[in-house]
Design a binder for this molecule. Sequence first.
Ligand code: HEC
Length: 402
Amino acid sequence: MKIHRLGASLLLLPLLVAGCIHSDSEVSDETVTWYRDVKPILTQRCEGCHTPHGIGPFTLSSYEDAKAHAAAIADSVQSRRMPPWMPSADCQQFSPERRLSQQEIDQVVAWAKNGAPRGNPTDDKPVPPLKVALDNPSATLDWGSPYTPSTVKPDDYHCFLIDPQLQKDQDLVAYEFVPDQRHEVHHALIFSAPMADAQAKDAATPGLGWPCTGSSDVKNAELVATWVPGETFTEFPTGTGIRIAKGKALIAQLHYNTRHGVSPDRSTLKLRYAERPVPNRASILPVANTSFVIGPKQQGATAVASSGPLPVPLKVWGVFPHMHELGRTGIIVAGDRCMIEIPKWQFHWQQMYFYKNDGITVPKGTEVKYTCVWDNPTDRTVRFGEGTEDEMCIAFFYTTLY
Ligand code: HEC
């Protein structure tokens, strides 16, 4: 397998409000209270999804909410099911990072164990609001009319054609995906693609858009933006951006989960273009293995996607490992350096992860390898493909030339 240059480019720097949980006290059952200790944690780490219209099954906005669910909350954070966060802390640090610190977990658990005390309202500190909107968007786009997700399965993956109507080439420098039905939108991937290819795909399927799974299912599509619940907006580092050429279509791939009801959705995409072309265009580089075979009932089937020796040195700013529903674990290394490790793959929680610091320099000649491990409970032989029933072993890297 080899790395393909995908032309467009970016450096993503999501501007989620980072947690600033105070850590001045030792965790002791008597001292942990809602107002002083637990509320700031839940506000910053849980409310992004557990809001009245969020994807979480219940709200976690008030003391009453939290008290009612105290035991389940303690259990979910102790087992690290919540907040959802796949990468291992032993490999790399990412930003923003949803992982709770051990101290935060201990505080929540101690609070629940001690009967979820409310504490003193005067300890209530204002916490920075989570939702931050993109300033000065150049364009606000959508797919034209509401789409009602299919309920054949609880998960519906659907692609929509969006015409950005560019009069000239533009460099995308920031974006905000605004889900309409927050409780059912589980992720969004935005691609750019030749207009004719996108229109042909759209025309081939009746109704709005088309069903799609692993990607856009359109030839020559390039990933330009990603969104998962809890994210606000993404701004690329100064001087960088993704080129979207005049005449290109945008394709939004949405994952709808209809377990908690189904409502027509018309989500919005806000884009900000650079005023003049950016000096540094980054590239999105995929590394893929498309020739694996997973046997019926095979446990621990493994494939490696390799870049081969890199022909040039690269700076890697972000990484997006991808598999489908049979994935068990994934790890990416550059030479002997760990780039990301996913000890327990969860199909529904995949995303682009950005390194906490300045990105990772990968020297010329280094081999970048993504190892995918699957468990196949079915009687089918599974191969590479776009369908939910098929599998993938592909990782995307957000890079600039070093
Ligand atoms: C990124 C979105 C998101 C964030 C952030 C999040 N949750 Fe959840 N939570 C969900 C969803 C969705 C479910 C429904 C079950 C599922 O799909 O995994 C859920 C289910 C739960 C459940 C019930 C199921 C279980 O696993 O116990 C609890 C309890 C819970 N969340 C607590 C929390 C707490 C506490 C936090 C913060 C520390 C948090 N969640 C942060 C999305 C989120």
